[in-house]
Design a binder for this molecule. Structure first.
Ligand code: URA
Length: 203
């Protein structure tokens, strides 16, 4: 089975999984190139994402698109998804048990795509990979967790709320192509050893 077929099969499995919470919302599985080097992972779908069944298509998504185009990439070249793949009601934060239910699917999605670098967008997605990291201190730093590189960035929605955050996000995003080119030789990689239970099997 190639990567596209494996992702399709995983999406179908998720659709059929009646044990998953938030089933009143649409499944927003993720989209983009399974052959991507960079996989972007947000928190969870919002209103427009739920309507269109596509990740990052609202205002935050428009900013993400702009940043992607700004480094000379196309949206179709990267892969975009979320930790939780259905919209919580009223856009509330996902509950811990909702995250726990969706995480095994994210793990398998990452394994299929096997990207060079994972880019968590915002504190929520970042803390899933790096529980002790702080977004304002650690965004734009490169981490190595097992065999995977993690490059956390501010969430585009947070950047829409403040110029300082927008500038920091833009500055760190611009470095992404260079980071990708030099992944194995960048000196300031932060090695992360600890794992929380929910990460077991992820790396
Ligand atoms: N915010 C997210 O975290 N994900 C989306 O898909 C849209 C907004």
């Amino acid at each position: 089975m190639d990567k596209r077929e494996a992702l399709k099969a995983l999406e179908e499995e998720m659709e059929k999984d009646l044990s998953l919470p938030l089933r009143e919302s649409n499944l927003v599985f993720g989209e983009g190139s399974p052959d991507c080097e960079a996989m972007f992972i947000g928190e969870g779908p919002g209103f427009y994402e739920d309507k269109m069944k596509r990740p990052f298509v609202g205002r935050a998504g428009q900013l993400l698109d702009k940043l992607i185009l700004g480094v000379g990439w196309k949206r179709e070249d990267v892969y975009i998804t979320n930790v939780v793949k259905r919209r919580p009601p009223e856009n509330r934060d996902p509950l811990p048990e909702e995250i726990t239910s969706y995480v095994p699917y994210l793990t398998r999605q990452i394994e299929i795509i096997n990207p060079r670098v994972i880019v968590p967008l915002g504190r929520f997605a970042m803390n899933y990979f790096l529980p002790n990291a702080k977004i304002s201190r650690d965004q734009g730093k490169l981490f190595k967790l097992g065999e995977r590189f993690i490059y956390p960035l501010f969430h585009p929605a947070a950047a829409l709320r403040g110029t300082g955050t927008l500038n920091a996000l833009t500055e760190s995003f611009i470095k992404l192509p260079e980071v990708l080119k030099k992944l194995d030789s960048i000196a300031e990689v932060v090695l992360v050893e600890e794992k929380k239970d929910s990460q077991k099997g992820l790396f």
